[in-house]
Design a binder for this molecule. Structure first.
Ligand code: COA
Length: 322
């Protein structure tokens, strides 16, 4: 029997506070029209003072577990993708395991910046295909607002907070068709966030915020996403027209439009949450996927391409027959 990983439940959580472009333009020299035209973002959600990556993950995870009508004790493995963990250790995966009260499973984190949820899907797919696990919970969860310098107009306009989740089960029918992940550390200084607690003498004075050369990141992103689309279609012997939905990482509407164009897809086939959520890093693809499943845009049997890129650089895709 061929074993496929199938998405059997989805969930998502967005914090209550909405921070609009107008609000940001009261504290830094920018405007709603500049931000919207260059990025497609109008507002983003900001986590409350008592929220953490694991508290948001718990809400998204519970939704996914409920949607799948799954007994939490049946979950073999929890993989959390985050670049903003509650603690250096234990992993946010372990903290989530504790919150969900699951005793007998393995839990760990994946750190691949904004590509984290695609990396997690890729790892989970190998575990299910090999028979090492039957039910895997994947959560992408981020509190980007705490690593953003709110006085830096080139980065603070982009990011938001939230958590997205999927629960994977085993299926004899198709589910995840293929995953493709890549890394290239050559670009490490184009987009990074220092960890001041483990700084060396040389970088101890670096501010502990996201640092980015946006324009250069933009170009590499368009390039790498173009290549991953070709790679994914080729690996599955599919044509562009076989894809029903594109669920892209939500970084910039112009990057999303470029990928849709490459796929010759109408924007009606692209799930966009960017306008009201900004870039929620590793949560963004799963949040968008959850939204489109819950509002019934994505239907069972349809072919969905998920893709992301992020610091590292890292980039990847997952092709799914939902
Ligand atoms: N409001 C107004 N002006 C701003 C601004 C803001 N929020 N941020 C930057 N600017 C200014 C710059 O200072 C610069 O001014 P100058 O020409 O006088 O030097 C000018 O706008 C152009 O800056 P540039 O960085 O070239 O703009 P851009 O068109 O590339 O847009 C980003 C900037 C960040 C929106 C864009 O590069 C981007 O989205 N990059 C990808 C980032 C990304 O996706 N990161 C996450 C990866 S997971």
């Amino acid at each position: 029997m061929t074993r496929y990983s199938r998405i059997i439940g989805t969930g998502g959580y967005l914090p209550e506070e909405i921070r609009t472009n107008e609000q940001i333009s009261q504290t830094v020299d920018t405007s709603d029209s500049w931000i919207f035209e260059r990025t497609g973002i109008k507002s983003r959600r900001i986590a409350g003072p008592n929220e953490t990556a694991s508290s948001m993950a718990e809400i998204a995870a519970r939704q996914a577990i409920e949607a799948a009508a799954c007994d939490p004790e049946d979950i073999d493995l929890i993989i959390v993708a985050t670049g903003t963990p509650d603690r250096v250790y234990p992993s946010t995966g372990c903290l989530l395991q504790q919150r969900l009260g699951i005793k007998n499973c393995v839990a760990f984190d994946v750190q691949a910046a904004c590509s984290g949820s695609i990396f997690a899907l890729s790892i989970a797919d190998q575990y299910i295909k090999s028979g090492a696990a039957k039910k895997i919970l994947i959560v992408g969860t981020e509190i980007c607002s705490r690593i953003v310098d709110w006085t830096d107009r080139s980065t603070c306009i982009l990011f938001g907070d939230g958590a997205g989740a999927v629960l994977l089960g085993v299926s004899e029918e198709t589910g995840i068709l293929s995953t493709h992940i890549h890394s290239d550390g050559e670009y490490e200084d184009m987009l990074y966030c220092p960890n001041p607690q483990v700084a060396t003498e040389a970088n101890k004075d670096e501010a502990s915020y996201i640092s980015m050369r946006g324009n250069e990141v933009f170009k590499v992103a368009v390039n790498t996403l173009g290549r991953i689309v070709d790679e994914t279609l080729e690996a599955n012997n599919l044509e562009k027209s076989d894809i029903d939905w594109l669920v892209p990482h939500q970084a910039n509407i112009r990057i999303i439009v470029a990928t849709a164009k490459k796929l010759k897809m109408s924007m009606d086939q692209v799930v966009v949450t960017l306008e009201t959520q900004g870039n929620t890093s590793s949560a963004s693809v799963l949040l968008a996927f959850n939204e489109a499943v819950r509002d019934c845009r994505i239907q069972r049997g349809q072919v969905v391409l998920l893709e992301a890129f992020g610091a590292g650089f890292t980039w990847g895709s997952a092709l799914i027959k939902y």
